[in-house]
Design a protein around this ligand. Structure first.
Ligand code: ZN
Length: 259
């Protein structure tokens, strides 16, 4: 493990180029604001770079991913443009131990669906309604520094259940929405050696990534999914022909069954 957590903030970066509201909220792109939020809270513990969809290999070359401890992912309108070989690459790195933070509409990202194995579909509505995020796991590192049992966002896009995900290993937040729905809005899983955190807020036409609590949770999530173990990992099958201790039987395996 490197001394600093090496973070790559990945952003689709299309809405800012096409939508005036989003461009005004995020003149340098949402990724710049996310990067600043992570640096604001984690300071010298991190080195943060950004990568975007329209860069060669979506900015996620083998070299970049090899030097990434935590990848954050925001995508929405161009999930289909993410090349499958890059999805394969990100999945492999997560299994090897890279942390992944998936944000908001990233619930439909190829990368997230691949790692979840379900449709990841949900109920949604854009009506600028109030969201109240209840912390249901106050001892969890992702909730560190929050000052109350819940925090609120005045204007959000609603995401509601059923959120078609595998049961989270750890649930940190449940959202309530003004219009009546609820949603599992802070969920953790482990895949292989890698930790994954899904965090719901982040709709592009509201100033979500300027909210102090959202920024804190984003940074906490990055720190939480960062690799915590240097134990070796094998993600390929091996034929351990030579036993570690003597075996008494004289069984001969038929090699034609193991091609
Ligand atoms: Zn949205």
């Amino acid at each position: 493990m490197a001394e600093k957590i090496r973070v790559t903030v990945w952003h689709e970066y299309r809405h800012e180029k096409k939508n005036k509201t989003v461009a005004e909220l995020y003149p340098d792109g949402m990724h710049a604001v996310m990067k600043a939020a992570i640096e604001e809270h984690l300071g010298s513990r991190v080195s943060v770079r950004t990568a975007t969809l329209d860069e060669p290999e979506h900015g996620l070359t083998e070299a970049v991913l090899a030097e990434t401890d935590v990848l954050t992912w925001w995508g929405h309108s161009a999930h289909g443009e993410v090349r499958d070989e890059i999805v394969d690459r990100v999945q492999r790195r997560v299994l090897e131990g890279m942390g992944l933070v998936v944000l908001h509409s990233g619930h439909y990202a190829k990368v997230f669906k691949r790692l979840m194995g379900t449709t990841c579909s949900l109920r949604w509505r854009e009506a600028a309604e109030r969201e109240r995020l209840w912390c249901v796991n106050p001892g969890h590192p992702i909730a560190d520094g929050l000052s109350d049992e819940y925090f609120e966002l005045d204007h959000t896009e609603m995401y509601g259940e059923l959120f078609d995900i595998p049961a989270p290993d750890e649930l940190v937040f449940i959202s309530w929405f003004e219009g009546g729905e609820v949603f599992r809005s802070g969920c953790c899983w482990t895949r292989g050696k890698g930790r994954i955190f899904y965090f719901r807020p982040g709709h592009e036409t509201f100033p979500i990534y300027y909210d102090a609590n959202v920024r804190r949770v984003l940074a906490n999530g990055v720190a939480y999914v960062a690799p915590h173990s240097s134990a070796p990992v094998r993600i390929k099958a091996i034929n351990a022909k030579d036993p570690l201790s003597p075996i008494q039987s004289t069984h001969e395996a038929d090699p034609s069954l193991h091609r």
